[in-house]
Write a protein that binds this ligand. Structure first.
Ligand SMILES: Nc1ncnc2c1ncn2[C@@H]1O[C@H](COP(=O)(O)OP(=O)(O)O)[C@@H](O)[C@H]1O
Ligand SMILES: N[C@@H](CCC(=O)OP(=O)(O)O)C(=O)O
Length: 384
């Protein structure tokens, strides 16, 4: 008997993905009046339940807590200030999960709520807990329903959007596909409202879309717009996970490998969580200004940052905090974990390691940022 043929094209292989992270944004779960669109939620659940019935793992990263919460709280519209948004999300999250619980129960599928902060997905010590509970939920045949822990995420550390959270969750569970569902059918070659803007069907490398203009404003209710989606895509694809970005109503087609939305091919292999955290989640506590020689050394990718190449230190931080490394014009070239407190660095500036050892003693000849704790920052894309 002949073996069934497997479509070996990059899109064709998506049908075979064993573990998928599906992220649905606020824009796709919100009705015209701003409230939760229960019909849209049920439509998504029908498709995910069908995939689940094939024995495949699905993790759902869903926004919608704020949309579900402001009506019951008696607020006329989606709150703008952080404290009210957090309170609204706390009320809405329970209602949102109740809707998912009911919709999945109609298919005989159980769900489990997992609320994460950015740090939980990448900080050593935090991510293992998140990883263990997600793995166990999947083993038990449960569909994990993930959202950012809005009520406790602090202003400094919160994502606000769920795009980057979805990529970090994909990395955490070793997904072999991530699907970003939104209110446009993929990445367009300019803002989709602009006449003549066209959908880009496939992106093979970041260079393909360097020229594409994207905005952060997005829809009326979404957060982050296309900018955070492309950041999410770059985390996932650089970690070896392909992405399809498409309209929420195309989710079945995306899972089947149809030519919907934009397909982003992988660009790298799995990278360490510490690097992902430094690159995408860590908030810098200060800046080190580098001279041209140090910039060249750091951009070379193999050198640590030594005190001799630093001309100034800005901000107040402690050893092991994330800092930005900037060139003489102030452009950020890298991020890293610093090995001195900000108060210690001024007396090290411009001195060679030998001199520091002689004057200040053993230990002061160490790098200010070791290369293992340093990631280069790509040039920012054009945005409007
Ligand atoms: N080049 C682009 N291609 C596609 N969409 C874009 C582009 N630039 C900006 N956008 C906007 O991004 C929005 C989606 O982001 P967002 O509102 O945050 O949605 P979500 O709630 O699904 O995360 C779209 O409505 C669109 O207006
Ligand atoms: N976490 C919040 C807001 C997240 C949000 O709007 O993000 P996104 O849908 O990615 O633009 C919520 O559940 O309402």
């Amino acid at each position: 008997m002949n073996e069934p043929q497997v479509d070996q094209s990059p899109r064709g292989l998506l049908k075979e993905a064993q573990r998928v992270v599906v992220k649905i944004g606020s824009s796709s779960l919100t009705a015209q009046d701003g409230h939760l669109d229960v019909a849209a939620l049920r439509g998504l659940v029908d498709v995910i339940a069908a995939r689940h019935a094939e024995g495949k793992h699905v993790v759902l990263v869903t926004s919608g807590a704020i949309a579900a919460g402001f009506g019951p709280l008696g607020l006329g519209s989606r709150p703008k200030d952080l404290a009210t948004a957090q309170a609204t999300a706390a009320v809405g999250q329970g209602l949102l999960v109740a809707q998912y619980t009911e919709a999945f129960a109609a298919h005989g599928v159980r769900v489990g709520q997992v609320l994460l902060t950015a740090e939980d997905t990448v900080r050593r010590g935090h991510y293992r807990n998140a990883q263990r509970s997600l793995e166990r939920l999947l083993d038990l045949g449960v569909v994990p329903i993930v959202n950012e822990n809005d009520a406790v995420a602090t202003d400094k550390l919160r994502f606000g959007d769920n795009d980057r959270l979805a990529a970090l969750v994909s990395h955490l569970v070793h997904a072999d596909l991530m699907i970003l569902l939104t209110d446009v059918d993929g990445l367009y070659d300019g803002p989709p409202t602009r006449p003549g803007a066209k959908r880009i069907r496939e992106v093979r490398s970041p260079a393909d879309i360097e020229h594409v203009e994207v905005t952060s404003s997005g829809s009326a209710v979404g957060t982050g717009g296309m900018i955070t989606k492309l950041e999410s895509v770059s985390i996932a694809t650089a970690s070896g996970i392909p992405v399809v970005l498409t309209l929420a109503s195309n989710v079945a087609g995306a899972l089947a490998g149809d030519e919907v939305g934009t397909f982003f091919a992988v660009t790298g292999k799995s990278s360490s969580r510490r690097r992902l955290w430094l690159q995408y989640a860590a908030k810098a506590r200060g800046r080190l200004v580098l001279d041209d020689g140090a910039v060249r050394a750091v951009l070379g990718g193999t050198a640590s940052l030594l005190p001799a190449g630093i001309t100034a230190v800005e901000g107040s931080f402690e050893s092991d905090d994330p800092v930005e490394l900037v060139d003489p014009s102030g452009r950020v070239v890298a991020r890293g974990l610093v090995s001195y407190d900000s108060t210690e660095i001024p007396e090290l500036l411009g001195r060679s390691t030998g001199e520091l050892r002689d004057v200040l003693g053993e230990g002061y000849d160490r790098a200010v940022v070791h290369r293992d704790y340093l990631v280069l920052v790509r040039r920012g894309r054009r945005s409007s």
